[in-house]
Design a protein around this ligand. Structure first.
Ligand code: SF4
Ligand code: SF4
Length: 445
């Protein structure tokens, strides 16, 4: 196994966060279909889909219920069988209204006719990826067929499979590797072969030795005589799994501001996305369910649960034994980069990998005090920024300084806020600065 492990390049910055991987050793549990699911038409970066069904229609698992002509989008499928109750508008956590299809489940989970897609050519492969509804399952929601369609003027030589999972609490990718390792490897070889990519690096933080061992052993068998698929054990330093940081750790290459991984010869795919793709190529069943980590101090029985997409957070937490105490903070995703939810009525989306609920003690924000100019925020910033100056420019809405200090380079990892001894809400300020810059600066023109 040892010779299959690659050594990472040195990456700057980052912080050591407590792992809290409480669910890493628990087998995932499949949740029975809830009474109803609410499936938003926008679960990806890009244009929203339009519902292709109407109230009263009968639907089957895997049936298309929303699509669009737009390239930057992915179709949406029914996750349960039953009857469309209504087409409605719901508010997403950002406050933006989105159309959603509400389906009342008949409890039978009857599947639509699905057949393995024809992927004989690159064009057919990309069509199949789009039809599967796959988007980046690690949280970003970037349509997979767009990511895999590398423009002819760019040459990609490396596929990086992101299995870092550096956020505290989240173990859904880790469980995917342990429970579906063959799908992970099969997906890796499918993408590698169909896109003609020479080498694959499966990047995992070194706090998951069982996953590293398993993938190294399988990849080392006769399937890879040229030794092109290698595992890389990364240091457990947050935000190791952020795309640009990962590319630097795996290849030593730097993605310039405003550029994409393909500009430096890389494609980065989340490990669960790769495993899903392998299953889709075998069965033709689109993306209709998701494994999510349910954890946090307010949850009775933390575990990984495989749920139909569109199941409400309250139903998922109910399935995990309900709340131990009144939740004061509920998150889609991890505590560092997750999105806060105003309540638990929001549906589970394709790109969600965790739902965390915290009680009073963990949710309480510390009072900020004056900056003591210690420089800690600058030291940990993986993007080489000056977080304290950026926060000041954001608060002052100073466009010149926002530009000078490269506000759009911030990857919103939150390391600066995490280490600040004065508890300053640096990231919060920078996010507002980014928004202001997009609306009034060059990015918005
Ligand atoms: S400034 Fe942005 S990139 Fe740098 S540590 Fe803060 S949140 Fe992360
Ligand atoms: S870490 Fe906090 S106190 Fe230290 S320089 Fe940055 S903002 Fe100021």
């Amino acid at each position: 196994m040892r010779e299959r492990l690659l050594k990472p390049f040195r990456a700057k910055g980052g912080v050591r966060v407590p792992h809290h991987k409480n669910t890493a050793n628990l087998q995932s549990v499949v949740m029975p279909p809830p009474k109803q699911v609410v499936i938003p038409m926008l679960q990806h970066i890009g244009a929203p889909c339009k519902p292709t069904v109407k109230a009263g229609d009968k639907v089957l698992v895997g049936q298309v219920i929303g699509d669009t002509e737009a390239y930057m989008a992915a179709p949406v499928h029914a996750s349960v069988s039953g009857t469309v109750k209504e087409i409605t508008s719901i508010l997403m956590p950002s406050g933006a209204p989105v159309e959603a299809v509400v389906i009342e489940s008949d409890g039978r989970m009857e599947k639509a006719d699905c057949a393995p897609p024809d992927v004989g050519t690159k064009e057919n492969f990309l069509k199949a990826v789009r039809a599967s509804g796959l988007v980046g399952l690690g949280g970003a929601g970037f349509p997979a067929h767009v990511k895999l369609n590398v423009p002819p003027d760019k040459e990609v030589d490396t596929l990086i499979v992101n299995a870092a999972e550096c956020e505290p609490y989240i173990t859904s990718d880790h469980r995917e590797i342990l429970e579906n390792s063959w799908s992970v490897l099969s997906g890796v070889y499918a993408v590698k072969e169909l896109l003609g990519i020479q080498r694959v690096i499966i990047a995992i933080e070194n706090n998951k030795p069982d996953a590293i061992q398993l993938l190294s052993e399988i990849a080392g068998k006769e399937y890879d005589p040229k030794n092109e698929v290698r595992v890389m054990a990364l240091k457990s330093v947050y935000p190791q799994g952020a795309e640009k940081i990962l590319i630097r750790s795996c290849t030593g290459r730097k993605v310039p501001p405003g550029k994409l991984p393909a500009d430096v010869g890389c494609i980065v795919m989340n490990v669960t996305s790769v495993a899903f793709l392998a299953q889709y190529l075998k069965t033709g069943l689109p993306l209709v369910s998701k494994r999510i980590t349910v954890d946090g101090s307010a949850v009775q029985n933390p575990q990984n649960v495989i749920v139909p997409i569109g199941t409400s957070v309250s139903d998922v937490i109910g399935f995990c034994g309900g709340y131990k105490e009144t939740p004061k903070k509920i998150l889609y995703g991890g505590p560092m980069m997750g999105t806060a939810l105003s309540d638990d009525r929001f549906p589970v989306l394709k790109q969600n990998n965790a739902v965390l609920a915290f009680g009073e003690k963990e949710a309480k924000l510390k009072e900020p005090s004056a900056c003591i100019r210690c420089g800690c925020c600058m030291y940990v910033c993986p993007m080489n920024l000056l977080p304290v100056s950026l926060a000041q420019a954001s608060e002052a809405k100073d466009m010149d300084k926002l530009e000078k200090y490269r506000v759009m380079t911030c990857i919103e990892c939150g390391c600066c806020s995490y280490v600040c001894p004065a508890n300053r809400h640096i990231l919060q300020a920078i996010r507002l600065g980014k928004q202001y810059y997009k609306e009034h600066g060059k990015a918005g023109k």
